[in-house]
Design a protein around this ligand. Structure first.
Ligand code: MRU
Length: 331
């Protein structure tokens, strides 16, 4: 951001091309969100907030501002960070006064960096020297404006000098693990091995990984949480093999208005994402064009499968979650 323009690293083109998109225009930002040029729950909130901040600074009318806020808010339904960030901005713009919006947008940015640091500090203590860990989707610097959520925890343990080996689920259907997490880990110099999602069971059975860390798009009041589809299967497999399983999420991902996982809205995406794959290499389809395909972008993992939830406000054990510890921290 240079004060007038908002540039996003286009995540549709990674890992092969590092191309930046100008998403200052809210119409472009909306398209970037829908098509996952920008993605990851915390980053969605920050990107939308910065876009609206620039719009207000550029002198948009209150009506244009509210229309843009409404469109961005509806661009993806599951990550509550998107709605929370936009609601924070609109609450700061009562009536026709947009003068505070820009400053609040910067606060959303700065908050995310601090929350990532706090999660990393709390979560890294769970990782011992020599541990293998499994992770799913992408939860690092590409999904936040800080060090990340689950990947930030792993990164901190590595930076503190502990030897960690990361097993990266490729994360079908859009391959955020293979395309993005592998790209980040390589740049950070953290040892890692790419696996298909279906191999995680073997990795855990064979004792190659001692913990699982994942992110979240929305945590319900009772500790159930939504994350990239495939997380639930990973949690079941981890429980079967008695491997500790930890979602890592900033408080901006906790939705106390949502009683449990059944109330979390799950984004349904186009079946073509399952029928094949598209990327900087082009597009392929591996089944008949007419094949029916099911494509929920997220699934819900029940709190009963969580060993502990790592947040910027501390670590909550399964018992804490059962006792309603999240709602006790309301406000
Ligand atoms: O569809 P995506 O790529 O936006 O999904 C992202 C995830 O599921 C992440 O795990 C989640 O947002 C937590 S990231 C910090």
């Amino acid at each position: 951001m240079d004060g007038e323009r908002l540039l996003l690293l286009d995540q549709r083109r990674l890992p092969d091309e590092e191309r930046w998109v100008d998403a200052t225009d809210p119409v472009v930002m909306e398209d970037c969100i829908r098509t996952l040029a920008v993605r990851g729950a915390p980053l969605l909130g920050v990107a939308a907030a910065l876009c609206l901040g620039l719009l207000a600074r550029a002198g948009a009318t209150p009506r244009a501002f509210r229309e843009a806020a409404g469109r961005l808010r509806a661009a993806r339904p599951t990550a509550v960070n998107l709605m929370a960030a936009i609601d924070r901005l609109t609450a700061a713009a009562p009536g026709d006064d947009l003068s505070r919006v820009d400053g609040i947008a910067m606060d959303v940015f700065v908050d995310d960096v601090a929350r990532c640091d706090a999660m990393a500090a709390h979560g890294a203590a769970l990782i011992a020297d020599g541990d293998g860990v499994v992770t799913h989707c992408n939860t690092g610097g590409l999904a936040t404006v800080g060090v990340g959520t689950a990947l930030g925890v792993i990164r901190r343990a590595h930076e503190e000098g502990r030897r960690v080996h990361v097993y990266v689920d490729e994360t079908r259907p859009l391959l955020q693990g293979g395309r993005l997490t592998a790209w980040e880990l390589r740049r950070l110099g953290i040892p890692h091995t790419l696996i298909t999602d279906s191999m995680a069971a073997l990795i855990l059975r064979d004792g190659r990984a001692q913990r699982v860390f994942v992110g979240s798009d929305r945590v319900a009041r009772n500790g159930d949480f939504a994350n990239k589809v495939g997380t639930y299967a990973l949690a079941v497999v981890a429980a079967h093999h008695h491997v500790p399983f930890h979602p890592v999420a900033p408080w901006t991902t906790v939705d106390l208005g949502c009683p449990d996982g059944a109330a979390i809205p799950i984004e349904q995406r186009d079946g073509d994402e399952v029928r094949g794959a598209a990327g900087s290499f082009g597009a392929v389809r591996w089944c008949p064009r007419e094949t029916d395909a099911y494509n929920p972008s997220f699934d819900v993992t029940p709190a009963s499968l969580v060993t502990s939830l790592v947040t910027d406000r501390g670590v909550f054990s399964a018992d804490d979650l059962r006792r309603g510890a999240l709602s006790a921290l309301d406000g």
